[in-house]
Design a protein around this ligand. Structure first.
Ligand code: FAD
Length: 326
């Protein structure tokens, strides 16, 4: 059987479909329409996930591997083995997953097991004149955009979250939901992603991000930024040097090698604005920069710039917000 169709891995957490899936469906639908093929979705998880929503968002067929027991523990190997078996069965020509922590863990395992290539962290996908998938991703510290073609089938890629728009919901769309249960993979080595079952920090979802750079002098000073973030119902984040310096954990890092964020408000405190940092936050709706150096590059993309010491400016902002609410 020849390889045909576009398969989107529909990630779910706690039975909620991750929004990256809708972004992948938007792009997957465009690719499939260009190729004249169907869009499949692989939904792996416990019962009662809204599989119909995937059809409303562009899927033609949803393969729902529904198994409370198998997916009770978030074991990435069980996800990978199920996805692998499904791909071998339906033979899609293109497989795309989100470059989330689960996607980054599952997709390479599947690619290695079935002998396919995988391009990680793509920012765009196109079809060329030979019907091949062009996988586009930044390379060499974001200085070039590499266009990568895979010689093997299926052509596999992970795509960064918030890179594409979400597929519009069309409740007149119809499609097929094919249910099955997980095979027994209990003898596989067990690797658990415990954080999936807990409420994990996801700075990509926050509507306000208060971010610190090396202008912050000590880890304790995050208390100041946390106070501002809490008042705005937001989260704290950081540039890479603070993560590498042990000020804060990696899941708070914004940038090329960290998280991509697109909040309503991004407040950059003592961050110079290196390209690798901007890669993770430049699409924020409103950027406010606080920096002592008026020539800091962050000001060139900021909507509002405050030349000043963060240790003076942040307390002023906190007091102002408090007084406005009093
Ligand atoms: P600095 O560049 O040192 O800037 C600190 C700023 O704080 C300065 O502009 C200074 O004027 C200002 N300042 C100092 N004191 C105060 C004060 N009291 N109040 C206000 N302002 C003050 N970086 C990331 O952030 N994320 C990434 O994902 C990332 N990935 C990378 C990947 C690669 C392959 C490479 C090579 C680099 C990567 N980097 C990343 C590092 C990046 O190049 C920069 O080194 C880093 O972003 C700089 O962090 P910064 O702005 O906090 O520090």
């Amino acid at each position: 059987m020849e390889y045909k169709g576009v398969l989107v891995y529909a990630e779910q957490r706690n039975q909620q479909i991750h929004k990256v899936t809708y972004e992948l469906l938007d792009k997957g639908r465009q690719l499939a329409d260009q190729l004249g093929v169907q869009v499949y979705c692989a939904l792996l998880g416990p019962a009662d996930i809204d599989a119909q929503e995937l059809i409303y968002r562009g899927a033609d067929v949803v393969y729902y591997i529904e198994d409370n027991e198998a997916f009770n523990e978030p074991d990435e190997l069980v996800y990978a083995r199920n996805l692998q078996d499904l791909i071998v069965k339906i033979k899609p020509e293109i497989c795309i997953s989100g470059a989330t922590s689960l996607g980054r863990s599952v997709a390479p395992r599947v690619a290695a097991a079935i002998g396919a290539g995988l391009t990680a962290d793509c920012t765009d996908l196109q079809i060329d004149e030979d019907r091949k998938l062009i996988q586009i991703r930044p390379a060499f510290s974001e200085n070039i955009l590499a266009h990568i073609k895979s010689e093997c089938m299926p052509q596999m890629a992970t795509v960064r979250y918030k890179e594409f728009s979400e597929a519009k919901r069309d409740i007149s769309r119809t499609g097929e939901i094919i249910k099955s249960s997980s095979l027994d993979y209990q003898n596989d080595a067990m690797v658990f992603i415990q954080e999936l079952s807990q409420k994990k920090l996801d700075i990509s979802e926050a509507s306000v991000v208060v971010s610190a750079g090396t202008g912050l002098r000590s880890p304790e000073d995050f208390k100041l930024l946390s106070e501002l973030a809490d008042l705005l119902n937001g989260v704290v984040a950081a540039s890479r040097p603070l993560v590498e310096g042990g000020f804060i954990s990696k899941d708070h890092q914004v940038g090329y090698s960290g998280n991509r964020v697109k909040p309503k408000i991004y407040i950059a405190c003592g961050i110079s604005g290196a390209p690798q940092h901007l890669a993770g936050m430049k699409d924020s709706e409103t950027i406010i920069a606080i920096n002592t150096d008026p020539s800091a590059p962050i000001f060139s993309i900021a909507d509002h710039g405050i030349v000043g010491d963060l240790y003076e400016v942040v307390p002023l902002l906190i007091n102002k917000i408090k007084s406005m609410r009093a």
